[in-house]
Design a protein. Structure first.
Length: 156
């Protein structure tokens, strides 16, 4: 993380001025901005447009107001030196409990079930279990599904 700050302002112009100061003090070109924004709907477009102008690479979300600052505008920002990407890796299947859902279409790609026989392999002796291999075996193919550009990235 390069820099992080939480901004609490009474007016939209004060929030925009604080974001301008954050940007000018950052001096990190090509960084990614993470933000969580809590602002009334009438100022939302103006503030997000300003954020997009200052930081072309950004990821953000809308948040509920902090209870202590109910009527104030808040924006938590963090500047990171990282890579942004959009994942197309399918998540886990939605659980289907209670009733049978024969007509329901799955929202994600089905994967084979990861049936574990690990306890048979170690004769019930859990001290011989390598837990790193066990946790969520259903995502073992995620490495192959990841875009090639991300598989070859070297982290400093």
């Amino acid at each position: 993380m390069i820099r992080a700050q939480t901004i609490v302002a009474r007016t939209p112009s004060a929030l925009l001025a604080s974001l301008d100061r954050f940007h000018s003090q950052s001096r990190a070109k090509g960084s990614t901005l993470l933000f969580a924004l809590s602002t009334p709907s009438d100022t939302l477009s103006m503030v997000t447009s300003h954020l997009k102008t200052l930081f072309p690479r950004h990821v953000g979300c809308l948040a509920s107001p902090l209870p202590v600052y109910g009527s104030h505008l808040t924006c938590a920002v963090a500047l990171l030196d990282g890579i942004t990407f959009r994942s197309t890796i399918a998540g886990l299947a939605d659980p289907q409990v209670g009733r049978w859902h024969a007509a329901r279409r799955s929202s994600i790609q089905e994967r084979p079930e990861a049936q574990s026989t690990i306890f048979d392999e170690v004769d019930g002796d859990v001290s011989r279990v390598n837990w790193e291999e066990i946790w969520d075996r259903s995502t073992a193919s995620a490495q192959e599904m990841m875009p090639l550009g991300l598989r070859v990235v070297r982290w400093a």
